[in-house]
Design a protein around this ligand. Structure first.
Ligand SMILES: [Zn+2]
Length: 114
């Protein structure tokens, strides 16, 4: 299933093929070797470690709780029984998944005083 998007290069509506481009443009840029001009729409997180399964998720919750209480990475490692490196991976995952506060105004909107 492909989402319908407005192509980032020609502004035409069509089925999303990749990098924000519709099929015809994606093929054109692929042939021309200019695909790199268009950023990937999905972050390449293959290879990135993620806590999976019940144990991983339970550990993530414990790490999050201790982190919230102000424990250092080393202390969390001691408490949970994982290495400090593992703790840092869990903390990185928490940063990835925690919702970022959305500003009420974009920088562009704030510049309208001039
Ligand atoms: Zn296009």
């Amino acid at each position: 299933m492909r989402a319908t998007v407005t192509c980032v290069c020609c502004r035409q509506r069509g089925s999303h093929w990749g990098r924000g481009l519709i099929a015809t443009c994606y093929r054109r840029h692929h042939h021309a070797g200019t695909l790199h001009r268009y950023p990937l729409t999905t972050p390449p997180d293959e290879g990135r470690w993620r806590p999976t399964g019940r144990v991983g998720k339970a550990t993530l919750r414990r790490v999050a709780k201790l982190h919230g209480l102000g424990f250092s990475a080393q202390s969390i490692g001691w408490e949970v029984g994982i290495s400090r490196r593992q703790v840092e991976r869990y903390l990185a995952e928490l940063k990835q998944t925690s919702p970022t506060p959305s500003p009420s105004k974009t920088p562009e909107e704030r510049n309208d005083s001039t």
